[in-house]
Design a protein around this ligand. Structure first.
Ligand SMILES: NC(=O)c1ccc[n+]([C@@H]2O[C@H](COP(=O)([O-])OP(=O)(O)OC[C@H]3O[C@@H](n4cnc5c(N)ncnc54)[C@H](OP(=O)(O)O)[C@@H]3O)[C@@H](O)[C@H]2O)c1
Length: 512
């Protein structure tokens, strides 16, 4: 059935909240000359600025090793704005804001870099800039401890409660396994307090992800059936058509499991499965997310073999265009054993979710770009409809995170005609139909929240460690038993056949 119907919604039911500009601060970006800043951070700043959400005393100071001066760096940024900022109104703001950006050429390992930064911050303060600082570590992960030490030695991390703040923003990946995440947490917590740390995952800044809690806890019809009695299983897919681009060096060390599961995908899972928080505040929400992470069954080595699948793409076609194998990508070992695909079957040991499987999958060079959560409800007994009953399909609730953000509900309906025949129809809600399309990177919300000290969308130290603890047995087994069949899926296909078997063995299938 192709025809789609939209849910009726009155304009009056949607009231846009009026946001205030964030608290004034200086955003110090370590690694400002990198990919993250030009492609995602600065476009997000421009979007915030254009919407009046930055304080008039907001400045950026950037640090990187390249020998730019502030003048030559601004010239470079001007080109980046043209290339990466898509909305013309954001672009206008981005170009006008360039004279508020300052550049310090320095190595992260050199203590003079931090001395120079201190001088610059003092100078800006004399010119009315705020004493509040956000230190954004947009740098290779191995420098996190070094940068924190440099800042600490210059006493740049000391804050005065109620007077001014000093916060650090740490990018994902936070560590590369459980031990490194623990030691990074320990190290950072010797320099700053937990409330000064923002472990960022920009996936959580996406509207649809934030809408998950609103959807679950503001609609009376879903919560009563949101449990093992009515839900058969849940699928979470984060599929990318892209390969690894120029990030081969990073990806070779990370792989799909580390890159996607302990952060993006477990975050989605926790939002789908958590209990209602006592209130909609950071601590209460984090408490519930943390509890549900603790409920995830940690695999035994035996379970890793049966409930975790890895894959690596060979050459193939995406949208009819030939693309190379992972092993032929730039900065990738021609015999690489790094996985570009992972599928897992997780179970939760708690009252609400006992025996409900959660199938997770993510991969590069898959046929479509799509991030979505599918909740499959248990089927009705088909006895009423005679022969037509065989066409009854389970109800599906699909939450689309990207692209085409929205929610749809699939249900069975009678096909018009004299005989009784059943088919499936979708009730669709698309964000763009009601709220228009705003081009955003996902960093807008998380940056705005950091400026305001709101931790709701960020992870606490113990949450990061719990997430790494969940995947640590998989890392251990996979490193002890290197894959022998890589590459095991062609670019442009839905991953290795073992991923299909993971569900087929349970009489289920991936819902594409
Ligand atoms: N890019 C993304 O899409 C993305 C998404 C999520 C998370 N992240 C995370 O964000 C962080 C940055 O990623 P990225 O893609 O922007 O990396 P990148 O393109 O490699 O940029 C790294 C930056 O760090 C600077 N740098 C490296 N070593 C330095 C040193 N010893 N001293 C001073 N500066 C140094 C580089 O300076 P020069 O340019 O002057 O060499 C560059 O500005 C990483 O932790 C990454 O995992 C990135």
């Amino acid at each position: 059935m192709k025809k789609k119907s939209n849910i009726a919604c009155s304009e009056k039911t949607i009231s846009e909240s009026k946001q205030q500009p964030a608290h004034p601060c200086v955003l110090v970006i370590f690694g400002i000359a990198g990919d993250l800043t030009k492609r995602l951070l600065y476009p997000a700043i421009c979007n915030l600025g254009r919407r009046g959400l930055l304080d008039e005393n907001f400045y950026i100071v950037g640090v990187a090793v390249e020998k730019y001066t502030t003048r030559t760096f601004r010239a470079q940024m001007e080109k980046d704005v043209q290339q990466f900022v898509t909305d013309p109104a954001d672009k206008k703001f981005g170009l006008a804001f360039l004279n508020r950006i300052f550049y310090i050429a320095g190595d992260f390992t050199d203590k003079n870099t931090y001395a120079e930064l201190k001088i610059k911050l003092n100078k800006l303060e004399e010119q009315k800039a705020s004493k509040n600082c956000l230190f954004y570590f947009a740098a290779p992960p191995e420098f996190i401890g070094t940068i924190a030490t440099g800042l600490k030695n210059e006493k740049l991390l000391n804050e005065k409660d109620g007077d001014y703040f000093r916060r650090i923003i740490v990018e994902k990946p936070f560590g590369c396994d459980l031990a490194s995440a623990k030691s990074l947490n320990q190290e950072l917590l010797t320099y700053v307090k937990e409330k000064q740390i923002f472990r960022i995952d920009h996936f959580l800044g996406k509207e649809t992800v934030q809408n998950l809690l609103a959807f679950r806890f503001s609609n009376g019809i879903f919560e009563p059936i949101w449990n093992r009695r009515y839900i058969d299983h849940v699928q979470i897919t984060v599929a990318e058509t892209l390969g690894i681009g120029l990030r081969g060096a990073y990806y070779e060390k990370a792989g799909a499991l580390r890159d996607m599961i302990p952060n993006h995908i477990l975050q989605l899972l926790s939002l789908i499965t958590m209990e209602p928080p006592v209130a909609f505040t950071a601590d209460y929400i984090q408490d519930e997310k943390s509890k549900v992470l603790h409920a995830i069954q940690v695999f035994t080595p035996e379970q890793v073999l049966h409930q975790a699948v890895r894959g690596q793409y060979g050459s193939g076609k995406i949208d009819s265009v030939e693309v190379p194998a992972y092993r032929s990508e730039k900065n990738v070992n021609p015999e690489s054993l790094t996985e570009t695909y992972v599928a897992l079957k997780l179970l939760l040991d708690n009252w609400r979710w006992l025996h409900v499987p959660f199938y997770l999958r993510t991969g590069k060079r898959l046929p479509t770009r799509s991030s979505e959560i599918v909740i499959q409800f248990k089927s009705e007994p088909a006895i009423l409809f005679g022969g037509a009953g065989k066409n009854i399909m389970p109800n599906l609730l699909r939450i689309k995170i990207q692209p085409d953000e929205g929610i749809s509900l699939r249900f069975n309906a009678k096909i018009p005609g004299q005989s009784l025949q059943l088919g499936q129809v979708d009730m669709n809600f698309k964000y763009s139909d009601y709220f228009g399309i705003e081009l955003r990177t996902g960093y807008e919300t998380v940056l705005y929240d950091c400026m305001n000290g709101d931790h709701t969308l960020f992870e606490r130290a113990e949450m990061v460690e719990t997430a790494w603890g969940i995947i640590q047995p998989i890392l251990d087994v996979w490193s002890a038993l290197p894959p022998r069949d890589f590459p095991n899926y062609a670019a442009g296909t839905w991953g290795p056949k073992e991923a299909d078997n993971l569900l087929n063995l349970d009489d289920r299938a991936w819902i594409l």
